[in-house]
Design a protein around this ligand. Structure first.
Ligand SMILES: Cc1ncc(C[n+]2csc(CCOP(=O)(O)OP(=O)(O)O)c2C)c(N)n1
Ligand code: SF4
Length: 303
């Protein structure tokens, strides 16, 4: 068995109502292991707004506020400003939102916070749909995936648009640090959380978080699926620091995307032709990433 060297402290308390195998629970667990107790979270409407519990119970061992769906970026900017006025410097302010709350409805508040340079971490846990309300498609849902609003059958063949490139959107703001992370690679995730904490200014973590009921797979496969996503290059692990790209895991023996997709019923309807389209999209994105590493090794994109 692989032994992980993770902090022992737990800030996600047992008893929460997350589904079995919920990737978003692991995302929060590892994030807080990296950030530690001097952390304040702002959480908008999403699965995690429910998982925090109802008063008098709370399943997080750090303070948090629940904010309106569209306002996470503004909320963390406000919390930081309040702490600054009081002279509190050793508290990390974190927005923790789903992909719907980030890539779609909360995008303007997030963009404002990044552009102003507010000192806070924004985390998008990505389960690739609006899960708390029953699996509606988001901008972050991948091409071809079944959701309740991208049905399969009749004229429907799943989502017709590709996944929105959130890292690209974030990096257009020239932030000091942005990284992808996965619940299948906890040490990498903890390291990235710590790094974001140490950087003054806006930072962004995009955490891949499988969802068994929404992606239609059995709950014990969450971590396996997250690992396959990285090794099939569907969700590469990389970070961009002051305009320089670095890949954190370069799979020596890449696997075909069909190995990743075949474990999930949301892709069960895809034909060979659609799989090939998906593979081509993945290959193109990977090529682009390699190019960005090469280019920015010589000259960072900014800074
Ligand atoms: C303005 C507004 N519109 C719609 C809702 C209903 N709503 C609550 S949670 C949610 C889905 C959130 O999806 P996402 O951000 O992807 O997080 P997840 O539930 O997948 O964790 C929706 C649509 C709301 N609370 N506020
Ligand atoms: S619906 Fe998905 S994201 Fe929400 S609690 Fe269940 S497994 Fe987690």
């Amino acid at each position: 068995m692989v032994k992980l060297s993770l902090p022992q402290e737990e800030y996600v308390v047992g008893g929460h109502v997350g589904c079995l195998g919920c990737g978003a629970v692991l995302a929060m667990r590892y994030l807080l292991k990296g950030l530690g107790p001097r952390t304040i979270l702002s959480i908008p409407a999403c699965c995690w707004a429910v998982l925090t519990g109802s008063y008098p119970r709370a399943y997080l061992n750090v303070p948090f506020v629940n904010t309106a769906f569209e306002s996470t970026g503004a909320s963390i900017a406000g919390i930081r400003a309040a702490l600054d006025i009081r002279g509190v410097e050793d508290v990390t302010v974190v927005g923790f939102a789903g992909d719907g709350g980030t890539a779609d409805i909360g995008l303007q508040a997030l963009s404002g916070m990044l552009e102003r340079g507010d000192n806070a971490i924004y985390v998008m846990y990505d389960n690739e749909a609006y899960m708390n309300t029953g699996t509606q498609r988001s901008g972050s849902t991948p091409l071809g995936a079944w959701t309740t609003t991208t049905p399969v059958g009749g004229a429907g063949r799943g989502k017709e648009q590709p996944k929105k490139d959130m890292m690209g959107i974030i990096l257009a703001h020239r932030v000091p640090y942005a990284a992808t992370a996965s619940v299948a690679f906890p040490e990498d995730l903890v390291r990235k959380a710590r790094k974001a904490r140490e950087i003054a200014g806006p930072t962004f973590l995009h955490i891949f978080s499988p969802c068994p009921p929404g992606w239609r797979f059995s709950s014990e496969k969450s971590v396996e699926i997250a690992r396959l996503a990285v090794d099939a290059k569907v969700f590469p692990l990389y970070e961009v620091e002051e305009g320089t790209y670095r890949i954190n895991r370069n799979p020596r023996k890449p696997i075909p995307v069909s190995d990743y997709m075949s474990l999930q019923e949301r892709f069960g309807h895809l034909t060979k032709k659609m799989m090939e389209l998906f593979q081509a999209e993945v290959d193109r994105n990977w090529e682009m990433l390699l190019r960005m590493v090469e280019i920015t090794e010589e000259k960072p994109l900014w800074g």
